[in-house]
Design a protein around this ligand. Structure first.
Ligand SMILES: [Zn+2]
Length: 600
C-alpha cells in the first residue's frame, strides 16, 4: 500500500477500438444501416410463417432466431459503443447525440422484429412445444420457452393498445410525478447555527457523517420534508398500489408478487423460503448493531446512527497493488478466472481514472457477444474501491464466459445478475483479510462487509415484506391513510432491528422516498436473493474446495440459457429448500463473530 495512487492511475483509460475506431468510423453507420435492411428482409421472409396451423418447422424458427441475433448484434454494438464513449466523457454534445441516434435506430429495428415474438406467443401450446422440443431448436430452447410464459397474461391486441395508451396518463404519470416531486424537494438541515438547503441525495449523504449532531439534524430535516409532502406522496402510493391490483386482475395474476416472480423466473415458494430464512436470523442484525453501538461508544444506537463511520480511513491502495490483489484472489480460486480478469488490465478493457466529464460510479458493460465486456470505475485507492474493482470484474468474467450463448441468452435474469460480482468480492475480501495485519483495519474491513450484507439482504427483504403488507392492505382495506402506511413500515423495521437500534417516531415516514416501491414493485427481493445465493455458494465452495470450481465456471458460462433453479441444480443447490438459504447466512454469522472477537 502506498500514497501515490493518483499518479499511478492517471493512464488507466480504456481502448474502445475493439468496437469502433471512433464515432466517425464508417463501420458504425454501416452496421446500423445493414441492421435496418436486414430487419426488413427478416419481415419479408418470416412474417405470417410462425402462427400457422400445425406450427412452423423448427428449422425455420432456428434460422429466424439466428438471423435475429445477427441483426441485434449490429445495433447492440453501435449503441454499446455510444454508451461507453458517452460514459467516458459526457461533456461533448456529439457523444449524447450519438447515444440518442444509436438508441433510436436500435429501437426502430427492434420494433420491426417484434412481430416474430407476437406470432410465437399466438401459437397454440402443442405446436409450440413441438418446436421447443425439436433438436433444431436445442440452442434456443430456453429463450423460446421463456417467451411463452407471458401467454396466459397477455390480453387481446386492442386491449393491450388501450392499456398502453392510457398508462402514460395513468400509472406512469403518477410515477413521474413522484420522481419530479422528490427531486425538487429541498431539505433544510440546521448545522453550526446556520441552515443548509440540500437535495435528497445530499441530505441522505449526511447520515454517513462522523458527527452525530449532523446526522441527527439531517434525519430531522428529511422527516420534516417527507411529512410536508405527504398529501402528494400518500396519494401516489395509494394510486399506484391500486393500479397494480387492477393490472393483476386484468392479467390474471394470483397475487401482488406474481408478475415480478414471473419476470424473475422464480416461483413463490422459493422467494418465501428466502424471506423466512432471513427473518429467522434477525439476531445477526441485532448482534452487529449492538457491536456497532459499542464501537461508536454510544448509550443507544438510533436509526440515524446506522451508517455512522467507524473512524477515518488511512490506507491508500495503488492501482498496481489493486490489480495484484484482485488477480491473486481470482487466481487462487481458478487460474481461468485470473486469465480472463487479467485481459481487462492488459488489453485496456477497463477505465479507472477519475476525469472531469466522466460518469460517476462503476459498471461492467457486456457490449455484444462478438466483442467483450468493458469495465468503468472511478478509482480513488480506498479499500471500498478495491472491492468495487473486484465486483465489476466479476461481472466482466461472467459476461465474457457467457458470450457463446449468443445475444438472446447471454444475459441472466435479475436474480442471477449479481452472482459473479458478489462472489468476486468475497474472494477479494477474504484475500484482504489474509493480507491485512493491523486489527483496526481488519475490523473496519469486516464491519464494512457486514453492513453491506445487512443492507443488501436483510434490509431488502424487510422492504419487500413491507411492500407485501402494503399491497395486501390496499386490496383488503381500501384506500389507506398515511398513518396506516407508517404503522406497517414501523412494524416491519421494529422486527428487523429489535432492541439493537432505537427507532425514533420520525422514522415512521421513511418509506416515502424509496423509488423501487413506485417504479418496480417487488424489485427489492432480487438484491437479497442475489447476495444470499452467493454467500451460500461461497459457503459450499469453502466446504467442497476444488470440486466446486468447474461447476461454478460452468454456471457462469451458462449465462441466461436456463431458469435459475435449473442452472443451480448441478451445484447441488435447491433454492426452494429453506436450508439452502440458511447456508448463506453462515458466512455472515462467521463475520459477525470475527468482528466481535476483534473488538474484544
Ligand atoms: Zn453489480
Amino acid at each position: 500500500m502506498d500514497t501515490t495512487v493518483s499518479s499511478q492511475v492517471e493512464s488507466v483509460a480504456w481502448d474502445l477500438g475493439d468496437l469502433y475506431a471512433g464515432p466517425d468510423d464508417p463501420r458504425l453507420a454501416a452496421d446500423l444501416a445493414d441492421a435496418l435492411e436486414a430487419a426488413q428482409q427478416f419481415d419479408r421472409q418470416y412474417r405470417g410463417k410462425v402462427a400457422i396451423a400445425g406450427g412452423p418447422s423448427p428449422e425455420l424458427v432456428a434460422s429466424a432466431l439466428a438471423a435475429m441475433e445477427g441483426i441485434l448484434e449490429r445495433t447492440g454494438k453501435a449503441s454499446a459503443y455510444a454508451d461507453l464513449l458517452h460514459a467516458s466523457d459526457v461533456t461533448p454534445a456529439a457523444h449524447g447525440a450519438l447515444v440518442a441516434m444509436t438508441h433510436e435506430k436500435g429501437s426502430a429495428v427492434r420494433q420491426a422484429l417484434i412481430f416474430f415474438e407476437l406470432e410465437w406467443l399466438a401459437l397454440d401450446d402443442d405446436a409450440a412445444q413441438r418446436v421447443i422440443d425439436a433438436p433444431a431448436c436445442q440452442h434456443y430452447r430456453h429463450f423460446l420457452r421463456s417467451l411463452r410464459r407471458y401467454r396466459p397474461h397477455v390480453l387481446t391486441e386492442p386491449e393491450e393498445k388501450i392499456l398502453e395508451d392510457k398508462a402514460n396518463t395513468g400509472g406512469r404519470a403518477f410515477a413521474r410525478l413522484f420522481d419530479e416531486l422528490v427531486s425538487s424537494l429541498v431539505f433544510e438541515v440546521e448545522s453550526d447555527g446556520g441552515v443548509q438547503r440540500l437535495n435528497e441525495s445530499e441530505a441522505l449523504a449526511l447520515l454517513y457523517d462522523h458527527r452525530r449532531d449532523v446526522r441527527r439534524a439531517a434525519a430531522a430535516a428529511i422527516t420534516r420534508t417527507l411529512q410536508d409532502n405527504q398529501l402528494a406522496i400518500g396519494f401516489i402510493f395509494n394510486t399506484l398500489t391500486q393500479d397494480h391490483a387492477v393490472d393483476d386482475r386484468l392479467r390474471s395474476f394470483a397475487g401482488p408478487m406474481a408478475a415480478r416472480h414471473l419476470a424473475n423466473e422464480i416461483d413463490a415458494p422459493t422467494v418465501d423460503a428466502l424471506m423466512r430464512a432471513c427473518e429467522s436470523r434477525h439476531d445477526l442484525v441485532h448482534r452487529y448493531y449492538r457491536l456497532k453501538r459499542r464501537l461508536l461508544d454510544l448509550d443507544t444506537l438510533v436509526d440515524f446512527d446506522r451508517y455512522a463511520p467507524l473512524g477515518p480511513e488511512t490506507t491508500i491502495t495503488s492501482w498496481d497493488r489493486c490489480q495484484e490483489i484482485v488477480l491473486t484472489a481470482y487466481g487462487a480460486f481458478a487460474p481461468r478466472m485470473r486469465e480472463i480478469a487479467a485481459l481487462f488490465f492488459e488489453r485496456r478493457w477497463i477505465d479507472a481514472t477519475i476525469r472531469p466529464g466522466k460518469r460517476g460510479g462503476a459498471f461492467s458493460h457486456s457490449t455484444v457477444p462478438s466483442v467483450h465486456p468493458y469495465v468503468l470505475a472511478n478509482y480513488t485507492g480506498k479499500l471500498h474501491d478495491v472491492m468495487t474493482i473486484a465486483h465489476e470484474l466479476g461481472h466482466g468474467v461472467h459476461q465474457y464466459l457467457s458470450r457463446p450463448r449468443g445475444y438472446l441468452q447471454a444475459d441472466t435474469p435479475l436474480t442471477m445478475a449479481e452472482t459473479a460480482s458478489v462472489f468476486g468480492e468475497m474472494l477479494v475480501f477474504e484475500q484482504l483479510l489474509r493480507e491485512v495485519a493491523d486489527a483496526p483495519t481488519r475490523l473496519r474491513l469486516l464491519c464494512g462487509k457486514i453492513e453491506d450484507t445487512i443492507a443488501t439482504v436483510f434490509r431488502q427483504i424487510a422492504l419487500t415484506r413491507f411492500e407485501q403488507r402494503l399491497h395486501d392492505a390496499r386490496r383488503n382495506e381500501g384506500e389507506l391513510s398515511r398513518e396506516r402506511i407508517c404503522t406497517l413500515w414501523q412494524g416491519i423495521n421494529a422486527a428487523l432491528y429489535g432492541d439493537a437500534v432505537t427507532l425514533t417516531d420520525d422514522y415512521r415516514w421513511w418509506w416515502s422516498y424509496i423509488p423501487h416501491f413506485v417504479h418496480t414493485p417487488f424489485y427489492c427481493y432480487a438484491y437479497g436473493f442475489g447476495e444470499l445465493l452467493v454467500l451460500a455458494l461461497y459457503e459450499t465452495y469453502r466446504r467442497e474446495g476444488a470440486v466446486f470450481v468447474p461447476k461454478y465456471l460452468e454456471l457462469l458460462a451458462a449465462g441466461g440459457s436456463e431458469t435459475p433453479s435449473t442452472l443451480l441444480r448441478p451445484l447441488g443447490v435447491d433454492i426452494t429448500d429453506p436450508g439452502f438459504w440458511h447456508l448463506g447466512l453462515e458466512p455472515l454469522d462467521n463475520m459477525v463473530r470475527q468482528a466481535e472477537a476483534l473488538a474484544g
